[in-house]
Design a protein around this ligand. Structure first.
Ligand SMILES: O=c1ccn([C@@H]2O[C@H](COP(=O)(O)O)[C@@H](O)[C@H]2O)c(=O)[nH]1
Length: 238
């Protein structure tokens, strides 16, 4: 599938495939049908099934977001991007808290290996709140921290971020449409938050200006995952 990155006014669903077995993930994608255009492969499935699994998912015709959250010294991150950047993926994550130099090396590696790959900088994980930052000794609120990391990411040449829906407006005010904003921690009304702390519904995410929402458990844990996908898409397109 040839992907087109979203404009500011539209918001698209990415399904997080944090599923135990490869066959179950493939069956879920088959059931979701053409309404689902993006699948996210994270550490759980990539560490178990590797690059061949990425190719298998891409062969189904969905765009692939490889969520490896790379965080290491600049050279190591750049080399990892040179490796996975050759896979049929449209998005890849690194951690912005790896620093400006790490992000600069990452951007250079991405531009060399796959110029159309959207590199995304993870800011403050959506599972964290003020008390999580306090425990780390970070004297900033989540929104202050995300805003600071967004500025660093922009200076390093990054054009995509992973943040929570709670920071989208602030980032848009500061940087306009510079960034593609991908927001996990999205929960349809009535769904369990689980470990997610900074959450909103799909409709609220679209309203604040997210380009993409990432949803996992409320879909693959639902009795009818295809219906859950349809309901979220209906909310995003209302
Ligand atoms: O800040 C972040 C960055 C990444 N994630 C990932 O998104 C999904 C969310 O899954 P749910 O089941 O909908 O909670 C998961 O793969 C995370 O690794 C995130 O949640 N927050």
């Amino acid at each position: 599938m040839t992907e087109t990155l979203q404009s500011k006014n539209s918001c698209e669903l990415i399904l997080a495939l944090d599923i135990e077995e490869r066959e179950d993930a493939l069956a879920l994608l088959a059931k979701a049908g053409p309404d689902l255009k993006w699948a996210k492969i994270g550490l759980q499935m990539f560490t178990k099934y590797g690059p061949d699994y990425v190719r298998q998912i891409a062969d189904l015709g969905v765009n692939v977001f490889l969520d490896l959250k790379l965080h290491d010294i600049p050279n190591t991150v750049a080399k990892a991007i040179e490796s996975v950047g050759k896979l049929p993926i449209q998005m890849l994550t690194i951690h912005t808290c790896g620093g400006k130099e790490m992000m600069q090396w990452a951007v250079r590696a991405q531009e060399n290996v796959n110029p159309s790959l959207q590199l995304l900088g993870v800011t403050v994980l959506t599972s964290m709140d003020q008390s999580s930052l306090d425990l780390l000794g970070i004297r900033q609120s989540p929104v202050e921290r995300v805003t600071h990391l967004a500025g660093l990411a922009k200076d390093a040449g990054m054009t995509g971020l992973v943040c929570s829906t709670h920071e989208v407006k602030t980032i848009r005010e500061a940087h306009g449409d510079h960034f593609q904003l991908i927001t996990p921690g999205v929960r349809p009304a009535g769904s369990a938050a689980g470990d997610q702390k900074r959450i909103m519904t799909p409709a609220q995410a679209r309203e604040v200006g997210s380009n993409y929402i990432v949803v996992g458990r409320p879909i693959y844990g639902a009795e009818d995952p295809a219906a859950a996908v349809a309901a979220i898409n209906a909310e995003l397109n209302a």
